[in-house]
Design a protein around this ligand. Sequence first.
Ligand SMILES: [Zn+2]
Length: 166
Amino acid sequence: MARFDEFKEANERYAAFFDKGDLPAPPARQVAVVTCMDARLHPEEFLGLDVGDAHVIRNAGGRVSEDAIRSLVISERLLGTGEIVVIHHTDCGMLTFRNEDLTAKIKEDLGVDTTGRDFLPFPDLEQSVRDDVETLRRSELIPDDIQISGAIYDVQSGQLREIVQV
Ligand SMILES: [Zn+2]
C-alpha cells in the first residue's frame, strides 16, 4: 500500500473528530518559525504550538533562503506576524556534505550539471544560525520592528538552546 493510501485512512479518522474549522488564517500567536524538514523535528510539539498558532516554514536545514524570505514577507505583510524564530538542529544532514559532493552525486545519478548551485549546506551549526539571523536582519524586506531569534534544537534531548536574539 502506498503511503498516500495510509494517509487517506488516517485523514478519515482525523476529519471525523475535527473541530477547528473556524480558525482565522492569521496566526493567533503572530510568529513565524523557520526550521529544518528533518523528520525528527516536531516543532509544533517542542514549541507548544497549537493549530492556528504560527507559521512554520520548513526546508532542508531551516535556511533563510530566498523562498523562506518570500514566505516570511507574506507572513508579516499579509498575515500579521511580527516575530521570526530560526531553529536549526543537532545532527542536521546539512552538516554532512558540501555543494561539490552533492553536485557530483546529482551528475552521477541524474546526469544533470548543477555546478554553481548552492544547496545551502553548512559546516558549523551555531554559525549557520547566526548567519541566517543576520541575513534576515540585513534584509530590507524585514523591518527592524520584527523581532528575530535564533536557536538550536537538540534531537537527542528535545531541548532548545538560544543562540541569538536581535
Ligand atoms: Zn536538518
